[in-house]
Design a protein. Structure first.
Length: 513
């Protein structure tokens, strides 16, 4: 009890020596530390939300939210109520649970329209329902494409008529809402058109119109056999031929001169004429007997003379004939023009006592060999007046100042860890602030131990100094220094005698500071 009373007295004295500003600072720091710890614990323990469903209709979103409230599952709404988020660890569980209850119910109606059997439905209503189901199924299929956020499909299938010339073609219209502002690739648009045309009887891909949500036409309006469509196809074919031949030549050159030391461009003139020829050739040297006719005629001039006989032979010959029907290929190469650029040879030379790298031109025999390689790679044909030019020029591949263009930043993906980084920095800052304040107050607060014994201690020290003859250097030691030394000795003795009480006393001091 005496130790406790003494400790309480020491703590009271410690608080009494603090100024009003120091007390307010300690209180503010304590409250700030407690609030910071509570905030950090809240942020760390806060659940991470993940998307349960997105692009929901208002009806589906309201039903899903009602089910989540029934199950006491926390949720968040984003994107104007179109997206529902739940804690990350419950995403898959809730998806399976809601799917078992038939949620979300897509606003797009498919073949489930025929699940209910309605008696007395007319043939016209059945046809309309079939068209609605087909449109819904096509829209669902298009929604599986990554770039598409929403889709609507409209089909027009005319009634069959008796005469074919009175028949009208089927048509379709597709409206797409894209997830990003970037337009769809031509290949994706063409794939959607072929998907719709293959799903509807009698529908051709050229009769499928595709637009985006801003009204921009995405599909090709040209007919497959129109001049504009043929021109576009010819241009794409020419580009593919040029890219193929250029890649062959560049790969061959780079295997000799090194990667990045060769550039090849090819210009190909293609023949897109559709030529059909029929040749009919006759060979007079090769004949064969087709038919032969022999006729005989007998006549008598008198009784004493024998009758005379006259024969006539008619032979028909068939001349050898060759008939050829030739259809020439479309897209034959009429002429090639190839331009190749080859970099020089990097050579290390000593100039003014320093080693520098210079680009030296390649020798002429090597350039002739490279030209011959390019000709063989692209299929050079002098009959077509093809031209191949291989030039040795320095185009700066080895310049070091261009290396930064392709250098990736090591902190490119730091955003994934920004929350953890923020928490770590905040905790470290709080620890540093508390540590600096504790050091500041610790330096100002004196030990309260044995303050009541200071007068007697001073008298004893003065008596000792009067009795003991100290050397001259020690005579200059002040009374305060002797008091501090004596305090240090008594504290050391107290700690050795009562280590448990000393440890508790230090803990109390640290908690107060």
């Amino acid at each position: 009890m005496a130790d406790r009373a003494e400790l309480q007295q020491q703590l009271t004295g410690l608080v009494g020596r603090l100024t009003l500003g120091q007390k307010m600072m300690i209180g503010f720091v304590t409250l700030a530390a407690i609030a910071g710890i509570i905030l950090l614990v809240t942020l760390v323990n806060a659940p991470t939300y993940s998307t349960l469903f997105n692009n929901l209709s208002p009806e589906d979103a309201s039903k899903i939210v009602a089910k989540l409230k029934e199950k006491n599952v926390p949720y968040q709404l984003e994107d104007g109520g179109k997206s529902v988020l739940v804690p990350k660890q419950k995403v898959y569980e809730m998806r399976l649970a809601l799917a078992g209850e038939g949620l979300p119910q897509s606003s797009v109606i498919g073949y489930e329209i025929f699940d209910r059997t309605n008696l007395g439905v007319s043939d016209f209503v059945q046809k309309v329902n079939y068209r609605r189901a087909l449109e819904g199924e096509l829209a669902r299929t298009i929604l599986t494409i990554e770039e598409v956020e929403a889709a609507r499909v409209h089909l027009v299938v005319p009634e069959k008529v008796l005469f074919k010339e009175d028949e009208k073609p089927s048509t379709a219209s597709v409206v797409l809402k894209l997830k990003s502002s970037k337009p769809l690739k031509a290949e994706v648009v063409q794939g959607i058109a072929h998907l719709v045309s293959s799903s509807v009887e009698g529908l051709e891909s050229s009769n499928v119109t595709i637009v985006d949500s801003r009204g921009q036409l995405l599909s090709d309006v040209h007919k497959p056999n129109s001049v504009a469509a043929l021109t576009t196809t010819q241009y794409e074919t020419q580009q593919r031929v040029e890219a193929y031949l250029g890649q062959k030549a560049q790969t061959l050159l780079e295997s000799v001169v090194g990667n990045g030391n060769a550039l090849v461009q090819v210009n190909a003139e293609l023949d897109f004429r559709q030529v059909e020829r029929t040749l009919e050739q006759y060979d007079p040297d090769k004949t064969v007997v087709r038919s032969e006719q022999i006729s005989e005629e007998k006549s008598s001039s008198g009784d004493s003379l024998p009758p005379s006989t006259r024969s006539n032979t008619v032979t028909n010959y068939e001349v050898n004939k060759t008939v050829e029907h030739i259809v020439e290929n479309i897209g034959n190469i009429k002429r090639l023009t190839v331009a190749a650029l080859v970099n020089g040879v990097p050579t290390t030379v000593t100039r003014d006592g320093q080693k520098v790298t210079e680009i030296q031109p390649r020798p002429e025999p090597e350039m002739r060999q490279l030209t011959d390689l390019v000709r063989k790679a692209v299929g050079f044909n002098p009959v077509r007046n093809d031209e191949v030019s291989v030039t040795n020029l320095t185009f700066g591949t080895h310049l070091p100042e261009q290396e930064f263009i392709y250098r990736s930043s090591p902190l490119a993906d730091w955003t994934e860890y920004k929350e953890q980084l923020f928490l770590g920095v905040a905790m470290l800052g709080a620890v540093l602030v508390l540590w600096s304040l504790l050091r500041r107050f610790r330096s100002r607060i004196e030990l309260p131990v044995l303050e009541t014994d200071i007068p007697s201690l001073s008298a004893q020290l003065e008596a000792k100094r009067a009795v003991i003859e100290l050397p001259s250097p020690e005579e200059e030691i002040s009374t305060d220094a002797l008091l501090r030394n004596e305090r240090r000795k008594r504290i050391s003795e107290y700690i050795r005698e009562k280590p448990g009480d000393s440890a508790r006393l230090l803990k109390v001091w640290l908690a107060e500071e």
